[in-house]
Design a protein around this ligand. Structure first.
Ligand code: ATP
Length: 233
């Protein structure tokens, strides 16, 4: 579904992605784990089209995406839930969801909203309240729900567990897992290696702008090097 080859990206003169190769098959949950500053967010920004690529290619559902503008990628079915949630705090929960569906002006938007409320009942309860009043976990759910309103076939999730209490972290990873049943393919970037590998089919390890290991998630969780470096075991 998504194939990335030799991807390089830079901030000014400093290159931070040094040739990333990665692929995601339809229906998979794939995670990219790595320490703070490894380049995970930059990679997702390149995929969603908000960070320029200096070399390499991105192909999504058979179509070259490398130079396609961000809004067109959303139209093609590639949607991102950004790091730090980036919800509109002064707007209501419902208004945030409607913004996620800005591409569509059809009756299905209301149905999609009901689906979002079925998935996240707390958002239904708070639908008319300002999103800024939600807890961190609820805001993360809103960010994911808003991305789903764009009807993506592939969802890019940047650190959804960041800053959440452990019980909410578990809930968010359950939500990620439930994307399979919805038929949504997921590329999940995470510092929480254990949580991410627990829900993923496959994983990539990123270190200072390079992929250093990859394989089935179960194999990575069991790998001594991963356990020592990322799982604290
Ligand atoms: P985090 O988990 O903190 O988001 P990350 O793995 O997502 O880390 P990136 O945010 O992609 O890493 O950062 C990769 C490198 O690029 C880091 O060295 C970072 O300091 C640098 N960097 C990120 N954003 C910018 C920017 N806007 N300008 C200059 N350098 C940047």
């Amino acid at each position: 579904m998504l194939t990335v080859e030799g991807l390089r990206s830079r901030y000014g003169r400093i290159e931070v992605l040094h040739g990333i190769d990665l692929d995601v098959d339809s229906g998979e949950i794939v995670t990219v784990i790595g320490a703070n500053g490894a380049g995970k967010t930059t990679l997702l920004k390149c995929l969603s089209g908000i960070q320029p690529v200096s070399a390499g290619s991105i192909v999504f559902r058979g179509e070259a995406m490398t130079t396609v503008p961000a809004h067109r990628r959303v139209q093609r079915g590639l949607a991102q839930s950004p790091e730090g949630r980036q919800i509109f705090t002064n707007l209501t929960v419902e208004e945030n969801l409607r913004l996620g569906a800005y591409l569509f002006a059809d009756d299905k938007v209301d149905r999609d909203m009901q689906d979002a409320f079925a998935m996240f009942p707390i958002l239904k309860e708070k639908r008319n309240l300002a999103a800024g009043g939600l807890s961190g976990g609820q805001q993360q759910m809103l960010a994911i729900a808003r991305a789903l309103m764009a009807r993506p076939s592939c969802l890019l999730l940047d650190e959804p567990s960041m800053g959440l209490a452990p019980i909410l972290v578990a809930q968010i990873f359950d939500v990620v897992k439930s994307m399979k049943a919805l038929g949504v393919t997921v590329l999940l970037v995470e510092q929480n290696a254990f949580g991410a590998l627990s829900v993923a089919d496959r994983g990539y390890v990123m270190e200072t702008g390079r992929i250093t290991m990859s394989g089935p998630a179960a194999g990575l969780i069991a790998d001594e090097r991963i356990r020592a470096a990322y799982l604290g075991i």
